[in-house]
Design a protein around this ligand. Structure first.
Ligand code: ADP
Length: 581
């Protein structure tokens, strides 16, 4: 019952499964103890009626008081344990699951985050786990426990008087059959509600992100109308879902209650025919109310249990994504990067075909080619931000896909186009390059990256906060911070996206100076956009539509008649407005 399928179905940790078992066990014990109470009551009543109708002596008060006391004590203790096992442990489980997701996210290929929308991911970590928490605490233990205790009680009742027992209990299986029958409908509704909710949060996020453009272009009315429509749709799907759930749950509850009526009917018949006495009917009626009580609680939540599948599936999707794991040590022989026959697809769309080239240590290798030809993709694969689909990427003879990404990235500095800056001081933003670097080391790196000059103009120098994502800095300044980071890290491999097109001439020279300091003696793979870099490179790899068109030193490629690189250079000479990126 509590196997792997169960664990996946409710996205539980191993400990979580144990908790549910414990909750089930204590629910069974608690429900049986309650029945024990009913038994005492039955005994007391029969003795009393005996005393009233015949002259049998009254039972000993002390015995009954003692029994009652035992019952109360047992009842208290078992309820306490049940509470602990169902509600108490669940918060640890919530914590474990969230930490589990976080750990998992750490191990997923970095590229994966590009395709998952952030609102969606947050919703999984917070919302889905919350929804499941309710199921873990309120539903599973109660429901399974009540099934088991009801089965035990049913066997006892059947042995005692099968006719009355059937009259009493027929409603339980029928009610559950109805509910399980409704599962498909419930899940469909839940998926629709989830989609509608995501639609709303996506819409909100988009509206907030683009508020400037929306206002500037006077699109507010039109935009808001769209957003309101999404909100209305969400409301409608929610109401529809609740209505359907309410219908099924109440129908099931009513069917169960019909058991009381049938018990009275069959009981009255039996009394009239003299088969049973009134006290037995009385006991059955008492028991039946106790059998229904735990189900009542879980019935209301069973719909939630079905619906929770959607949340659990979303959690499992994160767990099922293959992690980018690998060895905790990385000891390459040198730092040559070798691409061997690399194929790569984003999702299902292949973008690299049999790419082979070597970027040697101590050299600058320039990736050149039209936009969309696969240059950035190659750079990402070199750092294992994604795993290749075919072939291999090796650094110093070690296949990067065998190394833990966190360990691997210790040997890389990346200066990419979109610099990520945090809302912190300049000092801390640069220190990200190497944790534990001293202030002096940070300043030295900043100086080498030509940051000094703009930092000295900031109101509090290196201690100036730079605003969210560096809002208070220009593009060139942000880029110099990221170069300073790389200098501080001093990693043997530098991946560089040289998109300096947006910088002015003065900035460009400064960034250039900083770069040449960074690149000395390293394995440098640069996505080249400017002629100067390309000409100074030791090697050029020309990509076109995901294939290596040609490669070699600048001189070799220029000498090659009819070559793509030569052609591009000629074009550039003609227009004096050269662009290879
Ligand atoms: P370049 O850097 O030469 O401009 P890219 O490596 O960025 O080229 O892109 C190569 C191809 O891969 C393009 O067709 C691009 O649309 C596609 N692509 C790039 N990044 C992604 C991504 N994260 N998901 C899906 N497709 C992508």
């Amino acid at each position: 019952m509590f196997g792997k399928d169960f664990q996946r179905k409710y996205a539980l940790t191993d400990q979580g499964v144990k908790n549910v078992k414990l909750g089930t066990l204590w629910t069974v014990v608690t429900n049986l103890v309650v029945m024990f109470g009913v038994g005492i009551l039955y005994l007391l009543m029969t003795r009393l009626t005996d005393t009233l109708t015949s002259d049998a002596p009254l039972p000993g008060t002390v015995t009954f008081l003692a029994l009652l006391l035992v019952f109360l004590l047992l009842s208290f203790l078992t309820h306490l344990q049940q509470y602990r096992a169902t509600y108490g442990l669940v918060y640890t489980e919530v914590r474990n699951v969230r930490i589990g997701i976080a750990e998992r996210l750490r191990k997923l290929p970095l590229g994966w985050f590009g395709k998952r929308d952030l609102a969606d991911l947050t919703e999984t970590v917070m919302g889905d786990v919350n929804r499941l928490e309710h199921v873990w605490s309120h539903c599973l233990g109660y429901l399974y426990g009540s099934f088991v205790s009801t089965a035990i009680i049913a066997v006892m009742l059947l042995a005692y008087d099968w006719r009355l027992a059937v009259a009493c209990l027929w409603g339980v299986p029928v009610a559950f059959a109805l509910l399980f029958g409704s599962r498909a409908v419930e899940q469909r509704n839940s998926e629709a509600a989830k989609a509608a909710a995501l639609n709303v949060s996506d819409g909100m996020q988009e509206a907030l992100e683009n508020i400037r453009e929306i206002r500037a272009t006077n699109q507010e009315e039109r935009y808001l109308a769209g957003l309101y429509q999404k909100i209305d749709e969400h409301e409608a799907t929610m109401i529809h879902g609740e209505l359907v759930t309410g219908l099924f749950v109440n129908a099931a509850s009513v069917i169960m209650r019909l058991g009381v009526a049938t018990t009275i009917l069959v009981g009255a018949q039996s009394i009239l025919s003299g088969r049973i006495d009134f006290m037995l009917l009385f006991m059955f009626l008492l028991i039946i109310t106790r059998v229904y009580a735990p189900f009542d609680q879980s019935l209301a939540l069973i719909a939630e249990m079905f619906v929770s599948q959607v949340s659990a599936n979303r959690l499992m999707e994160i767990y099922d994504t293959p992690a980018a794991e690998g060895a905790e040590t990385f000891q390459p022989a040198g730092h040559d990067i070798v691409f061997e026959n690399v194929d790569f697809s984003y999702h299902n769309e292949q973008v690299l075909y049999g790419v082979s080239f070597t970027a040697k240590e101590g050299e600058v290798t320039a990736l050149v080619g039209p936009s969309g030809s696969g240059k950035s993709t190659c750079a990402r694969l070199a750092a294992r931000l994604w795993d290749v689909s075919g072939g291999s990427v090796k650094v110093g003879g070690v296949d990067v896909s065998t190394v833990d990404p966190e360990v691997l990235l210790g040997d890389y500095s990346m200066v990419f186009q979109d610099v990520v800056l945090f809302d912190d001081t300049v000092m801390e933003n640069i220190r990200l390059g190497r944790r534990g670097a001293t202030d002096d080391e940070v300043r030295a790196a900043a100086k080498a990256a030509n940051c000094d000059e703009f930092v000295s103009k900031l109101p509090r120098g290196y201690d100036t906060p730079i605003g969210e994502n560096g809002a208070k800095l220009s593009g060139g300044e942000g880029q110099r911070i990221s170069i300073a980071r790389a200098l501080l890290k001093d990693a043997p491999i530098v991946l560089l996206d040289e998109a300096t097109a947006s910088l002015d001439v003065e900035n460009e020279t400064k960034v250039q100076g900083a770069l040449s300091r960074l690149l000395r003696g390293k394995t440098v793979l640069v996505i080249a956009h400017r002629m100067r870099t390309v000409e100074a490179a030791d090697k050029i790899v020309v990509l076109s539509d995901g294939r290596v068109e040609e490669q070699g030193s600048p001189a070799e490629l220029l000498a090659k008649p009819g070559g793509l690189f030569r052609h591009m250079t000629e074009l550039q000479a003609e227009s004096a407005k050269w662009s290879v990126g």
